[in-house]
Ligand binder design. Structure first.
Ligand code: THU
Length: 138
């Protein structure tokens, strides 16, 4: 199934009674499987989750961890950009050159690489550097 079709379909299931902004996300993994997610809001607003987070959770639950391509769609005038937290989540499972297509229901498209969405991302490699130059004497 195309990533766009998958993201459009799952968007229908979004639970967004508070914002009215339904989002669908689909990721294709290196092995070719597709995982989808939609935003799930909550009356306690901060407990809501983004579509991208849902797709990533489904991917990890299925035992996969290497994203090859991302598609995100919302019914808006401009393509939906992933929020800051989702950029970090995408970077955790993607190489920098992984394409992220942001789309509207009416056909507008914008494509960026993960690297461009979150330049200088914090990653596991930074923790591996611990202790190299703390200036704290230990
Ligand atoms: N939202 C997503 O699901 N993904 C994005 O990339 C941007 C924002 C959701 C969160 C919230 O439910 C609604 O859109 C409005 O912020």
């Amino acid at each position: 199934m195309s990533l766009e079709k998958a993201a459009r379909a799952v968007r229908e299931n979004a639970y967004a009674p508070y914002s009215g902004y339904k989002v669908g996300a689909a990721v294709r993994t290196a092995s070719g499987r597709v995982f989808v997610g939609c935003n799930v809001e909550n009356a306690a607003y901060p407990e809501g989750t983004c579509a991208e987070a849902g797709a990533i959770a489904a991917m990890v639950a299925a035992g996969e961890a290497e994203i090859a391509e991302v598609f995100v769609i919302a019914d808006a005038r401009r393509p939906v950009p992933p929020c800051g937290g989702c950029r970090q989540k995408l970077a955790e499972f993607s190489r920098g050159d992984v394409p992220v297509t942001m789309a509207t229901m009416s056909g507008a498209r914008e494509c960026r690489h993960v690297d461009d969405l979150l330049p200088g991302a914090f990653g596991a490699a930074h923790m591996a550097d611990t202790g190299a130059d703390t200036g704290a004497g230990g």
